[in-house]
Design a protein around this ligand. Structure first.
Ligand code: GRG
Length: 319
């Protein structure tokens, strides 16, 4: 039973939650956070190439091409959900976007998915050539780790927290995470996968970086072990929900709307949630997973409201 105050309204803690829920405007929040991250990203790379190699220009080209900025937004939201301040996680948030952008640049290469369009622009290798695009991805990935270390020092984060954060981030990106998932994906092309195999593929290729985003942001914000445990469950469900929604968007949206080639999973013979479960069951699964993500936040207070709304956004988005 909800406690009532003498005036008949709900008790103050509850009022905060309700007021914040009704006032919280997700579209405004996403826009403001994306702008904050983009301002920071603009200062995260050298201004230009002294060597004339166009490397930095290529890195900037993909990093400033827009995108939802969902991983850094999640990192900042998780930091705040545990009572941390934005300054503690902003460098880490930018590093996540650099790593995500590297993965897109490499994923688009002719030796991978061979795509022409990304974030509404010609892909990096179409503009800069394959060699510079490959190096731009390498530069973004490697510089991201330097940024995590430097920004954590500036923010005065204790060394053991930084070491754990960097270790987990490297694992999420490497052979047992995103790169391993990409290798699994290439190997699985044209083969029929079970739903369990598809889940394993995506937990590495997409999910691992979502977990590193949420848990890394929270750890830098001072999360306790029990909070990290719950946030890992949140991020794991959210990552899968995001991927199911991505598979649905690939089927249902146009190339113009997505800013990247649509219908490409079917063209390349990739197993997807709609191909295994059908569209309606996939949509239901995405919503169930978003609900599971929110359930994992049961012990958190109203500061976790953005995380809840981001879980819904992951499945309801149109891009
Ligand atoms: C090492 C050569 C080499 C390649 C590795 C790691 C990798 C390339 C690829 C895997 C990463 C990948 C492309 C995963 C797909 C995940 C996904 C759905 C990306 C789209 O994310 P959004 O929708 O994109 O957040 P925006 O543009 O909004 O940031």
């Amino acid at each position: 039973m909800r406690p009532k105050s003498s005036s008949g309204s709900v008790a103050s803690g509850e009022v905060d939650i309700i007021v914040n829920r009704s006032r919280f405007e997700l579209a405004k929040y996403l826009k403001e956070r994306a702008e904050l991250i983009e301002r920071q990203l603009a200062t995260s790379l050298p201004a230009s190439d002294d060597s004339g190699s166009r490397l930095i220009e290529a890195m900037r080209y993909s990093l400033t091409a827009g995108g939802k900025r969902l991983r850094p937004i999640l990192a900042l939201a998780a930091c705040e959900a545990v009572g941390g301040q934005l300054e503690q996680a902003i460098g880490y948030a930018c590093a996540l976007e650099m790593i995500h952008t590297y993965s897109l640049v490499h994923d688009d290469l002719p030796c991978m998915d061979d795509d022409d369009l990304r974030r509404g622009r010609p892909t990096n290798h179409k503009v800069f050539g394959e060699a510079v695009a490959t190096l731009a991805g390498d530069g973004l990935l490697t510089d991201a780790f330097g940024l995590v270390a430097r920004s954590a020092r500036t923010a005065g984060i204790p060394a053991e927290i930084v070491i754990d954060t960097i270790g987990d981030l490297a694992e999420a990106c490497g052979s047992s995470g995103m790169v391993g998932g990409q290798a699994f994906d290439l190997h699985a092309e044209g083969r029929t996968l079970t739903q369990e195999e598809l889940e394993e593929l995506h937990s590495k290729k997409t999910g691992a970086l979502f977990i590193a985003s949420v848990c890394g942001g929270a750890r830098l914000g001072g999360a306790r072990p029990a909070q990290l445990h719950s946030l890992r469950k949140y991020a794991s469900a959210l990552g899968l929900a995001f991927q199911v929604a991505d598979d649905l968007l690939d089927v249902e949206q146009t190339t113009e709307h997505l800013g990247k080639r649509s219908q490409k999973d079917q063209t390349r013979g990739k197993a997807t949630y709609p191909s295994i479960l059908g569209v309606e069951r996939s949509r239901a699964l995405a919503h169930d997973l978003a609900a599971t993500a929110c359930d994992a936040l049961a012990a958190f207070d109203n500061r976790s409201e953005p995380l809840r709304r981001l879980a819904a956004f992951a499945v309801e988005r149109s891009q």
